[in-house]
Design a binder for this molecule. Structure first.
Ligand SMILES: N[C@@H](CCC(=O)N[C@@H](CS)C(=O)NCC(=O)O)C(=O)O
Length: 283
């Protein structure tokens, strides 16, 4: 069946904490975030703006309904799109690609949290794991979510692949400290993955057998190394999800159920969805 172009029906407004935050940032401002409440890539940029304590205007759009004005800002037609204060001679300046937007904000603004370490090795290492998040975890998240029984590979196979990559990621986490990925504190590696981590419950909702991360009571029987990995995962998950800047960017749970139905049935017409379906790299 051809995928339906139904993504234009997405609710036009954030709800819950995200709506309150969007309203706080609704006044005009030379720094503008073109955003969508449902979008995990946007959430990376939004959390970064909050962490850096930067003032900005939040503009809710539906990127599946591409207006000529939006395409003039970002020819790729994707959110997040960040419009910067005009440059010399009033020249328009625009950035997109969520990780690049986060890195730009971290470098341009000295305020708030420093998301990438100063030390060149630590900085390169953070980028290495952001790259892993992008290529393995985020891509694997969509393969898992878009699995349907007619695929040439099994649900068990995509789940296993995702969990193996997740364990590799967790094993790289700082063992002590407050729970963040890096010893230096909450940073870009945390920001890069947490929007999808916070959407893993949708696997339990939509996929038979669920996400497959053993629950606390199921960990007893696991061998020690495996048990430690999932304990560390839980510590990270609770730390990032409890962070104030992160809590403020979520909409009501049931709204995500509606948006991700199209992914779960592999019917989405989004660029990410199409790339996943066709086995291409994510846009
Ligand atoms: N690589 C991009 C991906 C952004 C992206 O795919 N955003 C989605 C919304 S979650 C979008 O704008 N989709 C519009 C479309 O697929 O036409 C990034 O990191 O910013």
């Amino acid at each position: 069946m051809a995928p339906q172009q139904v993504d234009t029906t997405i609710s036009p407004s954030a709800t819950g904490p995200a709506l309150a935050l969007a309203k706080q940032h609704s006044a005009d401002h030379p720094l503008k975030l073109y955003a969508g409440w449902f979008c995990p890539f946007v959430q990376r940029a939004w959390i970064t703006l909050q962490e850096k304590e930067i003032d900005y205007r939040y503009i809710e759009i539906n990127p599946y309904h591409k207006s000529p004005e939006f395409l003039a800002l970002n020819p790729r037609g994707l959110i997040p799109t960040l419009v910067l204060p005009p440059g010399e001679e009033g020249k328009q300046r625009v950035l997109y690609e969520s990780v690049i937007v986060c890195e730009y904000l971290d470098e341009q603004y000295n305020s708030g949290t420093k998301l990438l370490p100063w030390d060149p090795y630590e900085r390169a290492r953070a980028r290495l794991w952001v790259n892993f998040v992008e290529k393995k975890l985020v891509a694997g998240w969509y393969r898992f979510m878009q699995h349907t029984p007619d695929k040439p590979y099994s649900l068990e196979g995509v789940r296993k692949e995702f969990l193996e990559n997740l364990k590799t990621f967790v094993r790289e986490m700082d063992e002590e400290g407050e729970g963040w990925f890096s010893e230096g504190g909450f940073g870009l590696v945390d920001v890069s993955f947490l929007p999808w981590a916070g959407r893993l419950w949708l696997m339990d909702h939509y996929k038979e057998g669920g996400v497959g991360i053993p629950k606390r009571e199921e960990r007893e029987g696991l061998e020690e190394g495996e048990r430690k990995v999932w304990e560390r995962w839980e510590r990270w998950y609770e730390a990032v999800m409890g962070r104030e800047t992160v809590r403020g960017t979520w909409s009501e749970r049931e709204e995500y159920i509606g948006v991700y139905k199209r992914y779960a049935e592999d019917q989405t017409g989004s660029e990410v969805g199409k790339a996943t379906r066709e086995g291409r790299a994510l846009p």
